[in-house]
Write a protein that binds this ligand. Structure first.
Ligand code: SF4
Length: 385
């Protein structure tokens, strides 16, 4: 199977989106704004840094970008493209091609990764640094992620792996460059073990893709920007209900009826949430009153509220994990579950118990049992007035 980072990442996001992608299903153009903007910025940077007799001036690069902008007519896209101009100007001013040692731009690669699979991709730019090492550059037009996520970034790992193979050196690091954020750079260099781990994760994912014949939609926040939303089965009710009525698949009276039921269900669910929040606040107030006045049962004409107060031991899991790291007990209390930890305490040495004691606090808690005597058909509003 021949895969790319973008195909693998699309499958991870949503198997159905992957299926649409490989089947070249039609995309909703109004949902590809960010993609078009990203492609134009990439094209402008390719124009700026591609090897030729003389690198173009920043003005020429911006004119080239404006040319791409003219191919767009959607006001929303144009607004996005406008923002790209100062971002590109800043990046080009700080990164003059003539002062850099650019090895490749938009270079395709294809590597064998075992089990008969190939991995392909295109690397935005490869620079040689003054110390003779290499830096892979991948331009981004979105938001900056957490730096901690870099060690799990398959894209950078794949690029580093591909270049290491081709250049036969491990002196390669990979960077994400955020054009809209002053060219902010996040850099990572994967170690041998990390590359091996990601390599085996990729092979596992390929096996999963090969075995998949359902491609189930995975609804998430990413649906908001998915260009396949109008044809996705998870969104049929939103986009295709009219067609189904017109073709006689569903009766319009059924559609109206179910719509009112959906509305009612949503209103009820939201009301229950609000009531649960209010009930929690009232329980707290009642518990504080009971505690302060040393009462465990409170009465009303509408029922009773019973209170019980306990002291619970709270463990600082992170600190205790440090204490137990080298210890056998770590195996017993893998998750630092409070109950398991308490069961294991008698088997510890006095010194270990002392260490755990230092990271233990006592917290007061309470439980409340509310027993209304209100009948189901009684008017609650009236009872409260
Ligand atoms: S709309 Fe959501 S569920 Fe449907 S294909 Fe796109 S990402 Fe997947």
């Amino acid at each position: 199977m021949r895969v790319s980072y973008s195909k693998l990442d699309t499958y991870k996001q949503c198997p159905r989106k992957y299926k649409f992608y490989i089947d070249k299903a039609p995309q909703d153009p109004s949902r590809t704004l960010a993609l078009r903007f990203g492609s134009a910025v990439h094209a402008a940077l390719e124009f700026a840094y591609a090897k030729r007799y003389k690198y173009p001036s920043p003005e020429r690069v911006i004119n080239y970008y404006r040319g791409l902008m003219q191919q767009e007519s959607d006001p929303q896209v144009l607004k996005l493209f406008e923002k790209g101009i100062p971002a590109l100007e800043k990046y080009l001013a700080k990164n003059e091609a003539a002062h850099m040692s650019i090895v490749e731009v938009e270079k395709k690669f294809m590597i064998e990764i075992g089990r008969g699979h190939q991995l392909e991709g295109i690397i935005d730019r490869l620079d040689m640094l003054p110390d003779g090492s290499f830096e892979i550059i991948d331009y981004k037009t979105g938001q900056i992620p957490d730096a901690e996520s870099l060690s799990k970034n398959w894209q950078l790992a794949i690029y580093q792996f591909a270049k290491q193979r081709k250049l036969q050196t491990s002196r390669i690091k990979a960077s994400l460059v955020y054009i809209a954020f002053d060219g902010h750079k996040l850099t990572y260099q994967f170690g041998k073990n990390e590359l091996e781990r990601i390599h085996s994760e990729i092979l596992d994912l390929i096996a999963k893709i090969e075995a998949d014949n359902v491609y189930a939609p995975r609804v998430s926040a990413l649906c908001n920007t998915c260009a396949y939303q109008p044809i996705c089965p998870a969104w049929t009710h939103k986009y295709n209900i009219k067609d189904q009525v017109l073709t006689g698949k569903i009766k319009d009276t059924d559609v109206i009826d179910i719509q009112s039921k959906i509305d009612k269900l949503l209103v009820l669910t939201s009301t229950i949430k609000k009531l649960e929040k209010e009930s929690k606040q009232l329980k707290e107030i009642v518990a504080i009153f009971g505690k302060e006045n040393n009462m465990t049962r409170l009465f009303s004409d509408l029922g009773t509220v019973s209170l019980s107060f306990q002291k619970k031991r709270a463990y600082d899991a992170a600190r205790i994990a440090e204490v137990l790291r080298e210890n056998l007990l770590r195996k017993i209390v893998k998750t630092l579950d409070t109950k398991k930890l308490e069961k294991a305490l008698p088997y510890l040495t006095q010194e270990e118990r002392k260490q755990i004691e230092a990271f233990t606090t006592e917290k007061e808690s309470h439980t409340i049992a509310v027993r209304p005597t209100i009948e189901e058909n009684e008017d609650v509003e009236e009872l409260l007035t």
